[in-house]
Ligand binder design. Structure first.
Ligand code: SAM
Length: 300
């Protein structure tokens, strides 16, 4: 995954660049790093690494795939949390499955009305690596309102009581490795069962541009479980994910619409908390889908 390239400078000296490359079948994303690898351990589940990149700061990768970087993680974490929190103001109990970097719970805990926030991450090395090298992301692990569990989210959801959570966020990596089971209909059915009658499920739903077959499949599964008109897709620009266009899904068990929310409250919250991406206009605009995405969503 690493390639080093020699550059001959104008004065004849040679510098050696070190690049991290995330390689997929037909495209690749490269980030130059310092060569000083901050963390590298193999857990029971995956290889956990932290690189010091020049453009995006410290970066977490799992099995060679970019999970988050210091400089753009806020886009993902603000959008996966504040959109559902403003669409469902009565939410009191939230569950995050995955998300061991801590960014999603950091954002959720800004909402004082949440009485219970539970994070279920399977791999304690992800938490350890992020506490050490992504401290702004892993900032909330000691918050007394957080219930942190290191265990399999699939097992956790099977054992969870009916209608317990108002919000369930599936903050998973891609559908390979330990996260594969977080992309199955059986898992989403359990999520549906554990949601209160007005509860909402949010997932990261991959890139519509990069792997459109997976994208179509994911939405087809959600619609079968939640109902055709209960599932909404929204987008955000995340430069370090393949293609830069990333999607999230919003699936409501009841009637909570993602476009009916208190815009003044969202604007005031965004200002007060000093958010870097989410605001009331971005919330609305994120649901405006380009035609190619609409077409993909109507494929099945
Ligand atoms: N923001 C990232 C992205 O989209 O690339 C995803 C976050 S990453 C921190 C996802 C986390 O899910 C990983 O830390 C991984 O260990 C965790 N995970 C994978 N399978 C899991 C499971 N079955 N139960 C709980 N956590 C799981």
């Amino acid at each position: 995954r690493d390639a080093s390239a020699k550059t001959i400078e104008a004065d004849g000296s040679i510098t050696r660049d070190v690049w991290f490359t995330e390689r997929d079948e037909n495209i690749a994303l490269s980030l130059k790093h310092t060569g000083n690898q901050l963390y590298k351990k193999d857990s029971e589940y995956q290889r956990v690494e932290i690189y010091e990149t020049l453009a995006y700061g410290n970066m977490l990768t799992l099995d060679g795939m970019v999970m988050c970087t210091q400089k753009d993680e806020y886009v993902y974490h603000e959008m996966i949390t504040h959109v559902p929190m403003f669409s469902n103001r009565a939410a009191k109990r939230a569950l995050v499955i995955g998300g061991g970097d801590g960014g999603t719970v950091r954002e959720l805990l800004r909402h004082e009305q949440l009485e219970e926030v539970t994070l279920v991450e399977i791999d304690e090395l992800v938490i350890e690596a992020c506490k050490l090298h992504l401290p702004e992301t892993a900032v909330a692990f000691d918050n007394p309102r957080l219930n942190l569990l290191v265990e399999d989210g699939i097992k956790y959801i099977k054992e969870c009581a009916d209608e317990h959570y108002d919000l369930i966020i599936v903050d998973s990596a891609d559908p390979v490795g330990p996260g594969e089971g977080l992309f199955t209909a059986a898992f989403y059915k359990e999520v549906y069962r554990c949601l209160t009658k007005d509860g909402v499920m949010i997932t990261q739903s991959e890139s519509p541009r990069f792997n459109s077959a997976v994208f179509v499949e994911i939405y087809d599964t959600y619609k079968k479980i939640f109902g055709q008109d209960k599932v909404h897709c929204y987008l955000a620009a995340i430069p370090t994910y393949p293609t830069g266009t990333w999607s999230f899904s919003y699936s409501a068990k009841g009637s909570a619409s993602p476009l009916q929310f208190d815009k003044e409250a969202a604007a005031a919250f965004s200002r007060k908390e000093g958010l870097k991406y989410y605001n009331e206009a971005v919330h609305m605009a994120a649901f405006a889908l380009p035609n190619f995405v609409k077409e993909l969503l109507n494929t099945k």
